[in-house]
Design a protein around this ligand. Structure first.
Ligand SMILES: NC(=O)c1ccc[n+]([C@@H]2O[C@H](COP(=O)([O-])OP(=O)(O)OC[C@H]3O[C@@H](n4cnc5c(N)ncnc54)[C@H](OP(=O)(O)O)[C@@H]3O)[C@@H](O)[C@H]2O)c1
Length: 200
């Protein structure tokens, strides 16, 4: 399969890359790193990416973030920051990708545990993760008619991120990277669609 992996140099993305690279034709994209540069917050940039890449069999997005701050300090603009980045970044990638994915192909987005198991200062991410999951549920039926599957992988905090951000996740069980990568493989190579593949 020809697979476009946005965020393919990140903590999770590079493990997806390592797992799939010998079996598939992989292209990575990031804002600065990767085979192709894209700013997922810009529709023009995403369109330009697909003009360069052409038709693919799968789009995988392991990118997108949002600000963390105490609820009492959160502003509307900080919500829009998360919406523009992790939410609409992934949704716009999926919307544009549907015209460039071969029949039988798939889209895999990334949400995360915070939509259902919250942490302090994580309300923006809880909100946009829920929206990404909702998009997958909403879009799956019509994408199915086009012969395209779509899923979201919703990881818990991964072991590899514990040193950086583990202190924000008291009592959470760090998830081994192999289990997280398996969820992406299931979405790409399997038969499921419209599902939130939870790896907590
Ligand atoms: N790590 C965890 O424990 C965890 C748990 C649950 C959910 N998640 C979610 O999983 C996703 C990946 O997390 P991660 O920890 O692997 O992130 P990461 O290590 O920060 O990697 C982010 C990746 O996204 C790319 N990127 C950043 N901004 C971009 C932009 N504007 N346009 C296109 N690409 C961009 C980066 O490449 P450049 O530097 O070249 O831009 C990099 O490849 C995120 O949505 C995160 O919320 C992570």
């Amino acid at each position: 399969m020809k697979i476009l992996l946005v965020g393919g140099t990140g903590t999770i993305g590079k493990r997806i890359y390592w797992r799939l690279k010998d079996k598939h034709e992989l292209m990575t994209a990031g804002s600065k790193s990767g085979d192709f540069q894209v700013d997922m917050t810009s529709v023009d940039s995403i369109k330009s990416l697909f003009q360069q890449v052409g038709q693919v069999d799968a789009l995988v997005v392991a990118a997108g973030g949002g600000p963390m701050a105490p609820l009492e300090q959160l502003t509307e603009e900080q919500f829009y920051e998360g919406i523009r980045n992790k939410m609409m970044g992934q949704i716009n990638l999926a919307l544009i990708a549907q015209k460039h994915i071969n029949s039988g192909g798939s889209i895999t987005l990334t949400s995360g545990i915070l939509s259902e198991d919250p942490i302090a200062m994580g309300t923006v991410l809880s909100t946009v993760n829920g929206a990404v999951n909702g998009f997958v549920v909403g879009a799956a039926g019509e994408l199915f008619r086009q012969g395209i599957r779509i899923n979201a992988v919703s990881p818990g905090i991964v072991e590899a991120s514990m040193d950086n951000i583990g202190s924000y996740f008291p009592g959470h069980n760090p998830v081994p990277m192999d289990r997280v990568v398996n969820a992406y493989v299931k979405s790409i190579e399997g038969i499921r669609t419209g599902e939130i593949i939870r790896v907590f």
